[in-house]
Design a protein around this ligand. Structure first.
Ligand SMILES: Nc1ncnc2c1ncn2[C@@H]1O[C@H](COP(=O)(O)OP(=O)(O)OP(=O)(O)O)[C@@H](O)[C@H]1O
Length: 257
């Protein structure tokens, strides 16, 4: 089976020190991968490499067996910061319809079906009742659902989400993660998150990113994530441990030095 994402020995720099170094990662169809790690660890850069927005100086990136820019129509992306003038008079439906526009402002697919597809994407995110509400009148969490609907409207095979829960409260986050869990039945998801504990029951694997990358299958982390031992062999360099040290629940605290 072709991997949805295949990164082999990838290194990347913006011109200074390496931001990503010798990273190998394979994401299979149906996975829900969380990328965690400290600020500046390279998580967003990893998503940009998967999107083909930046190119590695070393190694290869393939999405569905092709260079990422040739697979872009199969990728839905919701970036960390979406700058949108909230006073601009567009509805949730208008925003989702924008997902049907290719970069050259060409419509993707048959225009007659666009509205139906956009309403279906909004329904998937539980937002169909707000289709005709102006985007500025929605809450941060509702807007986030609309942006994901925009990414889903082309029925991508891979959904890349950069910290989608940042503007959602704790109760809303649980519902939102439940929704992503359902969505994962039909689309492979790679999501940047800072909240390892909140996501641990929903994801199939966790990749810790701090220039290097350590991949952990959920079975390695299942049960009590707080007390489980970390499967990394190079403990002092393991990003899991670095992340854990920054959280109030030190799931590696009880380990022998
Ligand atoms: N366009 C850019 N030009 C130069 N350096 C950049 C650029 N974008 C990111 N960087 C640097 O690359 C490193 C990794 O950044 P990146 O945004 O990938 O980290 P991150 O893990 O997503 O961080 P955060 O959790 O804070 O969002 C940082 O040191 C950052 O300053």
């Amino acid at each position: 089976m072709t991997a949805i994402v295949d990164m082999h020995n990838v290194s990347f720099t913006y011109g200074g020190p390496a931001v990503i170094e010798n990273v190998t990662l394979s994401v299979s169809e149906g996975e829900f991968v969380a990328l965690i790690g400290p600020n500046g660890g390279g998580k967003t850069t990893l998503l940009k490499l998967m999107l083909g927005l930046v190119k590695p100086q070393k190694g290869t990136v393939r999405v569905l067996g092709r260079p990422p820019e040739k697979a872009s129509h199969h990728i839905g992306y919701v970036p960390q910061d979406i700058h949108l003038n909230l006073a601009f008079p567009v509805t949730a439906l208008d925003v989702v319809l924008m997902g049907k526009l290719a970069p050259g402002k060409r419509w993707i697919g048959r225009p007659a079906r666009h509205k139906t597809d956009a309403l279906a994407a909004l329904a998937q995110m539980g937002m169909e009742a707000s289709a005709h509400t102006r985007i500025g009148e929605l809450s941060g969490g509702q807007r986030q659902r609309v942006f994901i609907a925009r990414a889903l409207v082309t029925q991508p095979k891979l959904l890349l989400l950069d910290e989608p829960t940042a503007s959602i409260d704790t109760r809303g986050q649980a519902d939102f993660l439940e929704l992503l869990h359902d969505l994962n039945q039909q689309v492979t998801i790679v999501m940047v998150s800072h909240d390892l504990l909140a996501i641990s029951h929903h994801v199939t694997s966790v990749a810790c990113v701090n220039r290097g990358l350590h991949y952990h299958r959920r079975s390695e982390l299942a049960g009590s994530l707080i007390n489980t031992s970390c499967p990394c062999t190079v403990e002092s360099l393991c990003p899991v441990e670095m992340v854990a040290r920054e959280t109030p629940h030190l799931f590696i605290r009880n380990r022998k030095p």
